[in-house]
Structures are given as C-alpha cells and as structure tokens.
Design a protein around this ligand. Structure first.
Ligand code: NAP
Length: 295
C-alpha cells in the first residue's frame, strides 16, 4: 500500500525534489525545519511542505526519510530515535537515503533499534533534478516495504536483506562520480593554464565520447555541493580502512573537494535548481585560485 504521510529530514536539494514528486502523487509531505538554514526553510515553503515539530512528525509519518549530509546522518537518526521514544511510537519505518559508510549505517540501525523503530538502509543514485530517472536502492529486513514508494513515482530496487548493502553500494558508486569530478576538474584547470581548454575537451570527446558531458553537471554543482561530496569520500575511505584496504584515490578526491568547498563560492538554490555550466565553473575555480601554489 502506498505511503500516505512521509516525513523528510531535511528539504535540501534532493529533499525538495522528493517532496515535489511525492506531493504530485498525493502524498502528504512534512518536515521539521526548526533550526535549519533560511534556504532550507524557503525550499520547504516553495515545495509546499508543512513544517511541524519533530514530535508531531514522528507521531504522524508512515515513513521517515533522512536525506541530509553524511556528517548529519547519525545525529538526525538519534534525534528521531529520542523523539520516537518520547511519544512512545513503535515499529516506525525509517529510511536513511544518504551516502554513508556501512559502519555509519550499522550505528544508525542500532540507534533506531533501541527506539524500537525499523531501519532501512538506502541510497539514491541519480540526479535530484531528474528524480524520475533516479533509483532508490534499499536493503535490510523491511526493505521490501519500500517498494510502495513506486506508487509515488520513485523507482526502488531491493539489494538484499542486510543493513549495510545499500550504503556499501552507494559509497563505491560515489567514488566513481566524485573521483571523475575531481580528476577532470584538476586536468581541465591545467589545460586552462596552458590555454588549451577547448582543444583538450575536443580530444577527450574523441577518445571518450560523452565522458566530459556526463561529468560536466557534477562539476558545475561543485560550488554548492563540494563539502557534502568530500564527506562522502571520507566515508568511502573509512569503509575501505575498516575492511583492511588503504584507499589512495578517495583521499585525493576528498582533498580536492575540500579545497573547492573552502572557496565558498556557491549559492544554494531555494527551488532545488542548478546554475552554471562547465566552462563558467572552471573559470570561477581558476579565478578563485584553486590548485594555485602559494609561497
Ligand atoms: N543532490 C543530488 O543530486 C543527490 C543525488 C544523489 C544522492 N543525493 C543524496 O542526498 C543527500 C542530500 O544531498 P543534497 O544534495 O540534497 O544536499 P544539500 O542540498 O546540501 O541538503 C542537505 C540538507 O540537509 C540539511 N541538514 C544538514 N545538517 C543537518 C542536521 N544536522 N539536521 C537536519 N538537517 C540537516 C541541510 O539543512 P541546512 O541548509 O540547514 O544546512 C539541507 O537541507 C546526500 O546524502 C546525497 O548523497 C543527492
């Protein structure tokens, strides 16, 4: 049966597009935006999402979805766990849809288990702005129940019965998209320095048709999302370390993304949209001194 009421924490870029899609399919969407930034509150308003207290959200929602930044995933689960215990609600379904390590997913699962809620590990692959083409991957004992989201316009794939499967899947996938963004940004900035940007892009296109245009929108959104993506690379590195592997590319990508985040040159959108194209973004990075050696 389709979910009737869904609580989304929080209405970031992805949360905004989830809210719009769910509402189009007749789902009542709520959030709890107290204490969040002005832009998140504005996005909730623009998506027509009702903001309520956390107690009310956890009492009423058929499903609670966490779509935040990796560093907030645990904190928000523990706030929801406390609120569930306070209102005395049991068996509530909680989906974490963030790019987190399987260890973080396990920790979240434990927090929610203590609150007698059911945790579904999940992730989203695809762009927020093209949510109809994205897939929500889920795993865990109650993951099958998330198939009901398909009645509300989302594609859902169940990866398996264990917590950790969906997060492991996403974190390895994220390594590819963010790794390509970091690598191409570095190389294209080098080409810009030699005044060979268009020529190298043409050559890349001949050798790897479609690659640059596939990665372009990821690079154009780095001014806004580099900080969150750097956190994803930290989660990937930690996942490898936990399993006795020493990642080399993930830490380098993390470093590059942190340097972009430190430029603080992006303005999040109140309507979940993205601005700027690849060449403009590279020029912004170049003019901001990204990768410049300093004496
Ligand atoms: N955007 C995409 O295209 C895309 C694609 C695939 C997967 N995803 C996944 O979606 C998730 C969110 O990405 P996004 O692009 O929507 O990020 P975003 O635009 O940066 O939004 C993050 C949201 O989380 C909120 N938040 C941060 N810390 C919080 C906390 N402690 N408690 C509650 N809310 C908190 C932020 O509120 P403030 O504004 O107050 O900080 C903001 O509303 C990520 O885990 C990512 O892996 C996104």
């Amino acid at each position: 049966m389709a979910f009737q009421k869904i609580g989304i924490l929080s209405i970031g870029e992805m949360g905004y597009h989830w809210a719009r899609l769910l509402k189009e399919h007749g789902v009542e969407v709520m959030t709890s935006s107290r204490g969040r930034s002005e832009v998140t509150q504005k996005r909730a308003e623009n998506a027509g999402v009702r903001s309520v207290s956390l107690s009310r959200l956890v009492s009423e929602a058929d499903l609670i979805v966490s779509i935040v930044v990796p560093s907030a995933a645990r904190k928000i689960a523990s706030q929801v766990g406390k609120a569930l215990s306070k209102v005395g609600r049991k068996n509530c379904l909680y989906l974490d849809a963030n790019a987190i390590s399987p260890m973080t997913a396990d920790a979240i699962g434990q927090v929610l288990c203590q609150a007698q809620a059911s945790f579904v590990d999940g992730c989203i692959i695809g762009s927020a702005a093209r949510l109809a083409n994205a897939v929500v991957y889920v795993s865990g004992p109650r993951a099958d129940e998330l198939r009901a989201l398909q009645d509300s316009g989302l594609s859902v794939q169940v990866l398996g019965p264990a917590t950790g499967q969906a997060s492991a899947f996403k974190i390895v996938y994220a390594g590819l998209t963010k790794g390509l963004q970091g690598l191409l940004t570095e190389l294209l900035l080098g080409a810009r320095k030699f005044d060979l940007l268009r020529e190298i892009m043409r050559r890349y296109e001949e050798s790897f048709p479609g690659l640059v245009s596939k990665v372009a929108s990821g690079i154009s959104s780095l001014p806004v999302h580099a900080g969150r993506r750097a956190e994803e690379m930290r989660e990937l590195r930690q996942t490898f370390r936990h399993h006795g592997l020493k990642a080399v590319i993930a830490p380098a990508t993390q470093k590059m993304l942190e340097q972009i985040a430190a430029l603080d040159c992006g303005k999040p959108s109140e309507t979940g949209g993205r601005e700027g194209d690849l060449l403009e973004t590279l020029e912004l990075f170049f003019q901001s001194g990204l990768l410049q050696e300093r004496d």
